[in-house]
Write a protein that binds this ligand. Structure first.
Ligand code: HEC
Ligand code: HEC
Length: 348
């Protein structure tokens, strides 16, 4: 189970500090780690979709809008974060950036890429139980991942983000089978993922960058709206409990395919088991709470098995929905969906 550990992880472990590192040293370490992973095949280009080059855009109104959209994705905190000077623009409730999760400004394969997305909307969203627009989907991340409030559809910042998402999907037709979307779908454990084992993996492999207290490492001083060099994974500056990253299956796959930062889907550095356990540790930590989560997924037969908050239709505990194993829950949901009481789910 440990055989896939790479030099980068060993490097992090060997250099693991007793106290937080000065930022400059952390930067040097990150570069060293990137070097190690660069020697492995860079498989980002192996997607069957070629992401268009921003440099090819003319310097006209549309080109500038798309570039502004990319800036909003990479430095969200500097434009619409809680520390920007204009209170009306403080949409996000934390100092994360979209690109902290949608890696490489939303283009990394299996790094929750944002290409092949906009043409899929409007589409049905089980969380709200109706069709939603791309703007509503962006606001889903604003209210949960960014722990903030919705931006109006006609806000210039929303228009810029939507223009960038559209640009990332240049030439893609709805329903086209693109590889590398999401964060992967690795095998599940037949036991519950174990936060106690995860804690040890976290201390050895993640704390160097994300901090032993999960608070990450800031860029600049608090109030300067400069975001994080290494984003927090829990605590007041993190995503809230209604966020996609707070669901175990999403977090474990994201971590396996992308962490420590620089890891690729084809060269994971954690074993599958380590990724499940460390993700369990992260989702078990305290974070901001979103109001009214019980109203999510009005059709409860479609509630994802790893939704960490109830109510549930299937009779399984919140604990099992948080940490698995998910197989038995899936079976119970299948039976429920087959009952005529839920014809609407059968049609989907
Ligand atoms: C803490 C991590 C995180 C942050 C920060 C974040 N997102 Fe997301 N986002 C996710 C996850 C996880 C999903 C997929 C959720 C799921 O499993 O359906 C997602 C999904 C999306 C989707 C839908 C993708 C699809 O395939 O339908 C869009 C669009 C999106 N995010 C935009 C944004 C934007 C814009 C920002 C910044 C304002 C942002 N996100 C910030 C984690 C994040
Ligand atoms: C070398 C430093 C480094 C190490 C080690 C590292 N990460 Fe990260 N992590 C990052 C950076 C940097 C980002 C943001 C990526 C970006 O903005 O491009 C990130 C993003 C994340 C995110 C999504 C953003 C968020 O705020 O939630 C999660 C989850 C995460 N890391 C978990 C982990 C876990 C778990 C480990 C240990 C297995 C780990 N990371 C190890 C640097 C690191």
């Amino acid at each position: 189970m440990m055989e896939r550990r790479s030099a980068a992880v060993d490097l992090v472990r060997a250099l693991r500090p007793a106290a937080p590192l000065p930022l400059a040293l952390v930067m040097v370490l990150t570069l060293a780690i990137c070097d190690v992973t660069a020697q492995q095949a860079d498989t980002r280009s192996e997607t069957n979709y070629a992401v268009p080059d921003l440099g090819s855009l003319p310097d006209d109104a549309q080109g500038r809008l798309v570039r502004r959209g990319r800036d909003l994705v990479t430095a969200t905190y500097a434009h619409i974060g809680p520390e920007v000077s204009d209170p009306a623009k403080r949409y996000a409730g934390n100092n994360l950036a979209c690109r902290n999760c949608h890696l490489d400004a939303g283009i990394k394969r299996f790094g929750l890429p944002l290409w092949g997305v906009s043409e899929e909307y409007p589409r049905y969203d089980a969380e709200v139980g109706q069709d939603i627009s791309i703007e509503q989907r962006v606001n889903g991340c604003m209210k949960r991942s960014m722990n903030g409030r919705a931006m109006p559809t006609n806000a210039p910042e929303m228009k810029a983000i939507v223009a960038y998402l559209g640009f990332l999907s240049t030439g893609v037709t709805a329903g086209a089978p693109l590889t590398g979307k999401g964060a992967g779908n690795m095998p599940e454990l037949d036991r519950a993922a174990d936060p106690a084992r995860g804690r040890l993996i976290y201390a050895a492999t993640c704390a160097l960058c994300h901090g032993l207290d999960g608070g990450g490492i800031r860029q600049g001083l608090p109030s300067m709206a400069e975001g994080f060099a290494f984003p927090p994974l829990w605590g007041p500056q993190s995503f809230n409990d209604g966020a996609g990253m707070n669901r175990l299956i999403t977090a474990a796959n994201f971590i396996h395919a992308n962490m420590p930062d620089g890891t690729s889907y084809d060269h994971p550095q954690l074993s599958v088991e380590e990724a499940w356990d460390v993700a369990a540790f992260v989702v078990a930590q305290p974070r901001p709470q979103k109001a009214d989560l019980a109203l999510d997924f009005p059709d409860r037969a479609t509630k994802p098995v790893d939704t960490p908050y109830g109510p549930y239709l299937d009779g399984y505990s919140e604990q099992q929905h948080k940490f698995g194993p998910f197989g038995p829950i899936r079976e119970a949901l299948k039976l429920l969906q087959a009952e005529t009481a839920y014809p609407q789910t059968l049609q989907r």
